[in-house]
Write a protein that binds this ligand. Structure first.
Ligand SMILES: Nc1ncnc2c1ncn2[C@@H]1O[C@H](COP(=O)(O)OP(=O)(O)O)[C@@H](O)[C@H]1O
Ligand SMILES: [Mg+2]
Length: 210
């Protein structure tokens, strides 16, 4: 969790998710279930995939990434069958399952004309997520929440909205990533100002060079 630079409110909710899933047994023994289906919304490079990785690491569970776009096929019924395979795995192997690029359910070109097929896939996803009783964590991530309808949003236990970082976070991140290089009279404040509107993804590039 330490490397993740996020809004305090989001951090709070991720920590709560961790707490509830660590104590899943206790919660279930009271007839309740832990929060375990979450939707992450936000621009690219703001830490959605990274959050899934961190949650998996903290819970000591494997992370499985399901790219929704790769799941879609041209054949009616086949996509739903593939989804079933995924949800069977969710039942049998406890883990963190990230449905990445979730919006591509509605975005793929071949399907733009076939609203019926998109609807069917969405409906089977809704059905699967609704009936899921596994101990796995289900995380969907999207850059385009406007493509998702309200019915879908309601199926999640929590919806977290990621945003671009505050200037102070950018400054701190830059300092921790490249501060140990001899940078001369580099002003981190000015660098952070210049990066307004950018996500934190760029700073990881810098660290890859180091
Ligand atoms: N909030 C963040 N805190 C720390 N690093 C971040 C953050 N957001 C992005 N990064 C860096 O950018 C990379 C890409 O972020 P990623 O989680 O894949 O973004 P998203 O899934 O939201 O598009 C991460 O591996 C990390 O190095
Ligand atoms: Mg991502």
């Amino acid at each position: 969790m330490a490397d993740l630079v996020i809004d305090e409110r989001i951090k709070e909710r991720l920590l709560r998710l961790l707490r509830e899933n660590r104590q899943a047994h206790k919660i279930r023994s009271h007839g309740l279930s832990p929060r375990k289906k979450i939707l992450l919304i936000g621009p690219p490079g703001t830490g959605k995939t990274m959050s899934a990785l961190v949650l998996a690491g903290e819970l000591g569970l494997p992370l499985f990434v399901v790219r929704m776009e790769g799941l879609m096929t041209r054949f009616i019924g086949e996509t739903a069958a593939k989804l079933r395979v995924v949800f069977d795995a969710i039942q049998s192997t406890r883990g963190v399952y990230l449905f990445d690029e979730f919006d591509s359910i509605g975005a793929k070109r071949a399907y733009a004309n076939d609203v019926g097929e998109v609807r069917r896939v969405l409906n089977s996803f809704l059905h699967f997520i609704e009936t899921d009783e596994s101990d796995s964590l289900l995380i969907a991530a999207t850059n385009h929440p406007q493509l998702l309808d309200r019915a879908l949003l309601r199926r999640f236990d929590d919806v977290l909205e990621y945003g671009l970082p505050e200037q102070s976070s950018v400054q701190a991140t830059l300092k921790s990533k490249i501060g140990h290089f001899p940078c001369g009279r580099l002003s981190f404040k000015r660098l952070a100002q210049a990066s307004a509107g950018l996500s934190l993804q760029f700073s990881s590039r810098v660290s890859e060079l180091s």
